[in-house]
Design a protein around this ligand. Structure first.
Ligand code: LLP
Length: 432
């Protein structure tokens, strides 16, 4: 009935998530509130890792992209499922470390890592570092040498595939701040250089072609390009790169009309291409990694708000204002991303109005969405915005000195706080 499968309506007519009454959650923990369904997160992780194991005959693993939603409890959940982690800053690494995450299962990303971050990764036994550019390679070699360590690295490659056009194209991707270009020979030169470094071991190549992608074809094309590159390296440099990370980017359902491909289908089709290409190139199949972020957590999350003002502007629109907005969900103001919303305490009723849900920041563009079908919302009602589990909490800010909301996890009908709501003292804690 609603866009995410874990949502329902109970006998009171209230929206439930993972079987828990959202109106009761709003009462207990206050609003705005992020609510995440642990059982759905775990089931998504399992679907990915079971299908990768099956399709690649045990030679593959999932690295959850923690930029989508990171906190210590999330790291613990990923660890307990036996999956790895993609971290993109010292902050994400530190979160994992403090959560007791097995650091050898972490891949460290970033297009502009500092020396401090590289040293931190080496000191804390991060599994591999995904090197983005030559200066990073040079700095890493120096740092690793000074510590008498060998840094395991992958190279981030731009496979030349733009997955965000109507029909994906294989040009135009040189213009990206991420990674090494294939077309110019830059990637090949980097590999050559890495093979001559004493304190660096090249364990893989990496590509990531974009996010919220519904098509399988660009993923297949990227896998093909990457395998051809691995074969070229073997033929010309005599080294077989053992690992291949195919990135994340799998689309999810934000709106009823979205029709994402089931993860299993993606895995089956891409693994078939990998097997076929490896056969053609006479290449031993590399160990495969994937890095889903959004597809693990987005549908598992909702945000609860309390309605304040309702403003009907005749013949223009109706604004329904909530106690959060761009500070906890900047995705509409940034990308005009669309969401489905429900009045949680009227979830059994028809959504027969179309409204603009506005945030509380001093900014006209601070909206959760426009033209959103909604039940009649009045002051005091609870609004749930759906599928907010990815890139909401992780992209939240303290704009207007708003306190970041708490994050509550629900599982098997129970709820618990996993990130506390910021206090007013948190707001001033670094002020001098
Ligand atoms: N791997 C790498 C190297 C990435 O850069 C990303 C996302 C992922 C994996 C995970 O992609 P996912 O499976 O979540 O699509 N803030 C934007 C999304 C930015 C994605 C950045 N990179 C949003 O809110 O839509």
């Amino acid at each position: 009935m609603y866009v995410s499968e874990n949502l329902n309506v109970n006998e009171k007519g209230n929206l439930t998530i993972g079987g828990v009454d959202t109106v009761a959650l709003a009462e207990e923990y206050g609003t705005p509130l992020y609510v995440m369904d642990e059982d759905l997160i775990r089931s998504n992780l399992r679907r990915f890792h079971e299908s990768i194991k099956k399709c690649y005959r045990g030679r593959g693993e999932v690295h959850y992209a923690s930029k989508a939603f990171s906190c210590m409890e999330m790291c613990r959940i990923v660890a307990s499922e036996g999956d790895g982690l993609d971290a993109v800053s010292i902050g994400e690494l530190y979160t994992a470390l403090k959560a007791g995450f097995p650091m050898e299962k972490v891949g460290f990303h970033g297009n502009n890592k500092s020396d401090e971050e590289l040293a931190f990764a080496l000191d804390n036994g991060v599994g591999h570092i995904i090197v983005d550019n030559i200066s990073e390679l040079e700095r890493l070699e120096k740092i690793a040498s000074s510590k008498n360590k060998t840094a395991h690295i992958m190279f981030r490659i731009k496979p030349g595939i733009d997955a965000h056009t109507h029909q994906f194209v294989m040009t135009g991707q040189i213009d990206s701040k991420f990674g090494f270009a294939l077309e110019t020979g830059e990637a090949f030169e980097a590999v050559k250089k890495a093979l001559s470094c004493k304190n660096v071991k090249l364990v893989g190549l990496h590509c990531h072609i974009g996010s919220q992608i519904f098509d399988i074809a660009p993923f297949e094309a990227a896998a093909k390009v990457m395998l051809e590159f691995i074969a070229k390296i073997r033929d010309e440099l005599g080294y077989t790169v053992p690992g291949l990370n195919l990135g994340g980017g799998f689309g999810i359902k934000y709106l009823e009309e979205h029709d994402p491909v089931p993860f299993e289908q993606y895995m089956e089709r891409v693994s078939a291409v990998v097997a076929e290409e490896c056969g053609k190139l006479n290449l031993e199949q590399p160990y495969i990694y994937i890095e889903p972020g959004r597809s693990i957590v987005a549908s598992a999350g909702i945000t609860l708000y309390t309605v304040g003002a309702r403003k009907e502007i005749p013949d223009i629109r109706t604004y329904v204002s909530v106690d959060g907005g761009m500070a906890d969900n900047p995705r509409y103001i940034l990308y005009q991303s669309e969401y489905e919303a429900v009045v949680a305490n009227k979830a059994g009723e028809e959504r027969n109005e179309k409204v603009t849900i506005a945030g509380r920041c001093c900014e006209s563009g601070d909206l959760i969405g426009e033209n959103m079908p909604l039940q009649h919302a009045e002051s005091g009602d609870i609004i749930a915005v759906l599928a907010t589990g990815a890139y909401n909490y992780s992209m939240s800010s303290n704009y207007n000195r708003l306190q970041k909301p708490a994050v509550v996890m629900v599982s098997e009908g129970k709820s618990r706080i996993v990130v506390k709501r910021e206090s007013l003292d948190d707001i001033i804690k670094n002020d001098v």
